[in-house]
Design a protein around this ligand. Structure first.
Ligand code: ADP
Ligand code: ZN
Ligand code: ZN
Length: 734
């Protein structure tokens, strides 16, 4: 007989500890990884069992009892559970919150683990007969039956009928009552797609494929470093097919689903197995279902954004991280994990290969490839016949600008139009102008809640702060000197769009930025319009740069490359180089060679010479040696403690006391605690912010230090007066 009377449960609270509950009243001790409903103060909350024990530090009589066991088997597979505990320890984040992040909303509540079955609809034999005799006035019934007939033998989800016919649900219910349609339970995430044959791999892809095949048996991390359009996706697909054929599942991470519909479509078309897609646009039920398909193993491929790195897998076989350098893999609040780094750890725990792919890998990954921790696979030229574009740097010190456009840019756009080809124009900011200034007294439109300027959105006649969203109607006279001397300075996407419409009245100009792009299908529609050649010039923010394959685009213009160059962040030049390479990668992806024009006031910066030669490797090597000399990541580990408060002095006071508290421990652990400083934008959305950097060369000792340090801070009185957080491996230094 087991004498386990206590379980240690992770609860959704912000404390870095587990909670003990009695289970001696139950017939069976709940499994590790199962959910339980437990009392917490006056509430009942759902927690996850992390361990069972014979005794607690408290006497048994002082402990509360588990109210209900929600899962009779572990909900989280062992492999995932271990990963989550590792992540909580690595990021020094409350384990309860980490486990919450990994569960779909439905499973954070005390409901059943299994989702309600998804039904598909199929026409019956009676329904086929009915179709010949159906009276004309039953138009909706006829339409539904016809749609089901056209689906042939495959059953159709009600949802896809509702998209053509809004009242499909009611019609289906009636038809079912009459026996004309039948409901079948589906355990797959979607209807099984037809498969498309793979293109023959070129020699470079072949070499990558062979290397990947050789590593199928266990953990090997790969960096697939291939220029834009070099056919990385084909390599993923090739490797995925083999993994599925071995009966294993594939996890594919992508930066943003809305921006990568083509990748999903390619996986759907190519893999004759079911695909579960996990992203933030799903309803709770859809997410629960996709999660369950992954958990049960009925989904052969699980494709999703950042949080999908925590998708449960019954038989993990391969992990792919596409565009591994992308910033969206880093969670920016709460549990600040990096999905790429977690993916690598997961592969290690599951003993499977992981492929990180990018045309512009992060310097962290480049360093790991250089020191032999990752195997470096290269695809150095574009697949098929396409060539990399010609990049030209335009010196803004010698060129006049009209609405942000120089004469060479206008000329190139004109030539491109006359050839009947498409172009992309990148602008840093959305809105009309980044600031309104008074030419008389120098007044500027400032955000009342942030240390930032407000952007003019002329069409709506408003000024908006892009940091906190606060807005007001745009003034027509200067609020300070009352003169009519206000001037919109600088360019946003709207201003450039208006200028292009004026210069090229015959061209179809479209703008995409987060002001126009609401729901993700809006964006998908816009991109489809570009592919259908209904757009000549597409204006937008970096949103346009990611992964799109537009066949007709031969010209890319970047109106200002200067923002990233002198940014406060030590990653500024890395980000700029990645962005410029990615946007350049949109040009000339077919027969005709593309051209890229980059406007800058600093053409002498060495980054531009590298960019012209498409020499990312050279750039990375140089940047890494600078990082090493300066003591920056990846050679030194960083963690950033942030604090904020409505009280102006409070964050700095808190960080000073935190620094003091860690001082002696830090000096014993080879950890350096820097001086607390106000954040670069000290006031944001009405709150004052400050930050404290700690760093170390020794990863193990660093983490031991952080653990002790954070535990002390968590229970300190100062911590209660501010909002604070710890960011391990911060990607942004503000
Ligand atoms: P990446 O993922 O590196 O940007 P893709 O896999 O999207 O590259 O490939 C870019 C283009 O080249 C696509 O249109 C793709 O169909 C084509 N392509 C890829 N591999 C081959 C190949 N081996 N032969 C012919 N065309 C290919
Ligand atoms: Zn004025
Ligand atoms: Zn603001």
């Amino acid at each position: 007989m087991s004498a386990k009377k206590i379980v240690q449960v992770a609860l959704p609270v912000r404390l870095r500890r587990l909670f003990d509950y009695r289970v001696d009243h139950l017939n069976q001790v709940p499994h590790v990884g199962a959910r339980v409903l437990v009392p917490l103060q006056k509430r009942k909350v759902v927690g996850v069992v992390c361990a069972s024990r014979e005794t607690s530090e408290l006497p048994l009589s002082k402990l509360k009892a588990v109210s209900r066991v929600l899962d009779d088997k572990p909900l989280l597979p062992k492999e995932l559970f271990r990963l989550l505990l590792w992540a909580a320890a690595y990021y020094h984040h409350p384990v309860g919150d980490v486990l919450q992040t990994a569960l779909p909303v439905r499973l954070r509540r005390d409901g059943p683990s299994e989702p309600k079955p998804l039904y598909l609809w199929r026409i019956s034999d009676a329904g086929r007969e009915r179709l010949d005799t159906i009276p004309a006035r039953y138009a909706a019934q006829r339409q539904v039956l016809e749609l089901l007939v056209s689906a042939d033998e495959s059953a159709v989800p009600g949802k896809s009928l509702s998209s053509t016919l809004p009242n499909a649900a009611a019609v289906l219910a009636r038809l079912e009552g009459q026996g004309f349609v039948e409901k079948v339970a589906a355990d797959l995430p979607g209807s099984p797609p037809e498969t498309e044959a793979a293109a023959a791999l070129n020699p470079a892809q072949q070499a990558a494929s062979v290397a990947l095949k050789g590593a199928e048996g266990g953990y090997t991390p790969f960096l697939l470093d291939g220029v834009t359009g070099s056919g990385k996706t084909e390599v993923y697909l090739d490797c995925a097919c083999r993994t599925i054929a071995r009966g294993r599942q594939v996890l594919v991470l992508v930066p943003e689903i809305a921006l990568t519909p083509q990748l999903i479509a390619r996986f759907e078309r190519r893999l004759g197995s079911s695909l579960a897609v996990l992203h933030s646009g799903l309803t709770d039920t859809e997410r629960h279902r996709a999660w369950w398909c992954a958990r049960q193993g009925s989904a052969a491929v699980v494709l999703g954004t950042r949080s999908a790195v925590f998708a449960p897998l019954a038989r993990p076989g391969l992990i792919v991280v596409d565009e591994e350098h992308d910033l969206s893999y880093k969670q920016r609040e709460g549990f600040r994990y990096h999905a790429r780094d977690i993916a690598v750890k997961r592969a290690q725990l599951a003993d499977i290969p992981v492929v990180l792919g990018s045309a512009t890998p992060s310097l962290e990954s480049m360093a790991n490839a250089a020191n032999g921790r990752y195997r470096h696979l290269k695809l150095e030229s574009r697949a098929g016949s396409a060539k990399l574009p010609k990049v030209e740097i335009l010196d803004l010190n010698r060129l006049a600008l009209n609405d942000g456009l120089s004469a060479p840019v206008v000329g190139a756009l004109k030539d491109c139009l006359s050839r009947g080809e498409q172009s992309l124009v990148f602008v840093n900011r959305r809105g009309f102008a980044p600031v309104i200034v008074c030419t008389e007294c120098g007044w500027q439109a400032l955000c009342p809640r942030c240390d930032a300027r407000q952007t003019l959105h002329r069409r709506t006649g408003r000024v908006i702060c892009h940091h906190c969203g606060s807005q007001a109607s745009a003034p027509s006279t200067c609020p300070q000197c009352q003169k009519e001397t206000l001037f919109p300075a600088g360019e946003g996407t709207q201003r450039v769009e208006e200028a292009l419409v004026r210069i090229f009245p015959e061209a179809a100009v479209m703008r995409i930025d987060s002001d126009v792009a609401g729901p993700s299908d809006e964006i998908a529609k816009a991109f489809q319009a570009v592919r259908d050649r209904k757009v000549d010039i597409l204006v937008g923010t970096q949103m346009l740069s990611k992964g799109h394959d537009f066949a007709g685009v031969t010209l890319v213009c970047v109106l200002s490359a200067d923002q990233g160059l002198y940014s406060l962040d030590f990653r500024g030049s890395e980000r700029l180089f990645q962005q410029l390479s990615q946007v350049s990668g949109r040009a000339g992806r077919r027969e005709r060679r593309g051209a890229v024009l980059v406007q800058t006031a600093h053409p002498e910066d060495p980054a531009f010479a590298r960019l012209r030669q498409h020499d990312f490797a050279g750039f990375a090597k140089e940047a890494l040696s600078e990082r090493k000399a300066a003591g920056y990541p990846p050679y030194v580990r960083f963690a950033l403690m942030r604090a904020e408060s409505t009280q102006s002095g409070a964050p700095i006071r808190f960080l000073r006391s935190a620094a003091l508290a860690g001082e002696s421990l830090a000096s014993r652990s080879a950890v350096e605690i820097m001086t607390p400083v106000p954040s670069p934008m000290e006031r944001r959305a009405g709150r004052f912010r400050a930050q404290l950097l700690v760093r170390s060369k020794d990863e193990r000792r660093f983490h031991r230090f952080l653990e002790d340090w954070v535990q002390g801070i968590e229970v300190s009185r100062e911590a209660a007066r501010v909002r604070w957080s710890l960011d391990v491996d911060p990607q942004e230094m503000y």
